[in-house]
Write a protein that binds this ligand. Structure first.
Ligand SMILES: Nc1ncnc2c1ncn2[C@@H]1O[C@H](COP(=O)(O)OP(=O)(O)OP(=O)(O)O)[C@@H](O)[C@H]1O
Ligand SMILES: [Mg+2]
Length: 436
């Protein structure tokens, strides 16, 4: 906890120093408001001790300004009897506390006893929202922090990005974050679901068409590549496009120009391309269903999103995030409910977790979702895990972390853990049993 002292009085400073001795606070000492303003620009403070011996406009402005910038900061005012009336008026307004000099260590102790629990809970709340929130993407696990750093880096240029990850892992969210952090943010971010359209429709969706170019083309249409000028086009489900479309897309990526369906002229494109897939493209290449040259054009900067089951540490903050969003901060999840959710493996990843939270909140009558309010299948998995002596949750965590570290390679993971690959497989099998 960061604490800022603003006091030029040696006596006050001495009393405070004695009091803070042996306490686990990070204390920053300043003598004047100007110095305090400098400190306030550098870090977040939870408590400010302000020595006010003479009330002034400057002091009142300082308090007002600080409170509007940091609404959660708690003030303790040390004052003398004469000034106390004005200070108490201001303090009441901001729920601050006042100490009239001379004061005892016990009075100081009492104030901190009152303040600390509030400060600590507020701090935790702040963490769950701000520290773990990277442009709307929630995550605090090592694997997500790596993803955040990749997003940060790649957003600074126009490189083509290929986002890989299972269904519901946040591919579109990540693509849109890259766009929002890039110099293209003022222009359009246009997602195209390449898997949902027939070949003809996809071609016209991407490249546009001239009037009468095919049955149903009653007027000219501008394609997404043209529309996303100076912006970003997001080619979702890229693994699903036909062989003919692959050739056309390859040409666009190589030449940076398109031709509208039924048109003859070439139109330059400068849209930034981000593609995503949940398919194993390497396997598709081997099987001859995906072009290797297109893969390399797309895979300039790959970002792989981990499954939620590989980063269960993120479940509590995700649960709090979604609960807050869906219930507008009115309903929370109990620790037991969160632990119950952590024992589930979420094949549908974050989308599934999001849906479960939304549904559970609708069914919840009180202010808190308890373990018994969780969906029946999750409860029974959690109970089975609690009762199963097979693999403890600690071992399971370790196992999943090792696999994540080994990029999914099971024999490397076994080496990391110092166990045989056979043992690793048998432990995994037991986890599967407790999950199903
Ligand atoms: N890290 C995250 N923090 C907060 N919300 C997330 C996160 N990841 C995903 N979501 C949410 O989960 C849902 C699914 O994410 P998204 O649509 O980006 O996944 P996807 O990988 O594109 O899935 P699919 O393959 O099914 O299209 C969205 O509502 C998204 O906002
Ligand atoms: Mg998607």
């Amino acid at each position: 906890m960061n604490l800022l002292v603003i006091s030029a009085k040696e006596k006050t400073r001495r009393t405070l120093r004695n009091f803070f001795n042996n306490k686990n606070f990070e204390v920053f000492w300043t003598k004047r408001l100007g110095e305090a303003e400098v400190e306030l620009k550098q870090r977040i403070f939870q408590v400010i001790v302000l020595d006010v011996w003479e009330f002034s406009e400057e002091i009142s402005e300082f308090i007002n300004r600080t409170k509007s910038l940091f609404p959660k900061v708690k003030f303790i005012h040390i004052t003398n009897f004469q000034t106390s009336v004005e200070i108490i008026g201001l303090a009441n307004h901001f729920h601050s506390r006042v100490l009239v000099d001379p004061f005892s260590q016990t009075e100081l102790e009492e104030i901190f006893e009152d303040f600390l629990p509030i400060v600590l809970t507020e701090n935790n709340e702040q963490n769950s929202e701000d520290d773990f929130d990277f442009n709307g993407i929630i995550g605090n696990s090592g694997s997500m922090k790596r993803v955040f750093s990749l997003i940060q880096k790649v957003s600074q240029n126009d490189t083509t990005v290929l986002i890989r990850g299972a269904s519901g892992t946040g591919k579109e969210l990540i693509a849109s974050a890259i766009h929002k952090l890039s110099h293209r943010k003022e222009n359009l971010f246009l997602p195209v679901n390449c898997g949902a359209l027939t070949e003809t429709l996809l071609e016209s969706e991407l490249f546009g068409h001239e009037k009468g170019s095919f049955t149903g083309a009653i007027s000219k249409k501008i394609g997404k590549f043209e529309e996303a000028e100076d912006g970003t086009i997001f080619l979702d489900e890229i693994g699903d496009i036909s062989a003919a479309m692959q050739v056309k897309l390859l040409r666009v990526l190589q030449q940076r120009e398109i031709t509208r369906v039924g048109g003859s002229g070439v139109i330059p494109v400068n849209a930034r391309v981000i593609a995503a897939t949940n398919k194993n493209l390497e396997k598709e290449i081997q099987e001859g269903t995906f072009r290797e040259d297109l893969f390399y054009r797309l895979n300039v900067f790959p970002i792989r999103l981990p499954q939620l089951s590989q980063r269960k540490d993120d479940i509590p903050i995700l649960v709090r995030h979604f609960a807050k969003r869906f219930s507008k901060g009115e309903i929370t999840f109990s620790e037991e409910a969160i632990q119950g959710l952590q024992s589930y493996h979420f094949p549908g990843n974050i989308r599934e977790l999001e849906n479960i939270i939304e549904r559970t909140l609708i069914l919840c009558d009180g202010k808190e979702v308890k373990f018994e309010n969780l969906p029946a299948n999750i409860k029974s998995i959690a109970e089975a895990e609690m009762n199963s002596g097979y693999v403890s949750s600690f071992e399971k965590d370790l196992l999943l972390k090792a696999i994540e570290k080994a990029n999914g390679n099971k024999s490397t993971a076994a080496k990391l853990l110092g166990i045989s690959t056979k043992t690793l497989y048998s432990m995994l099998e037991k986890i599967e049993i407790s999950m199903n």
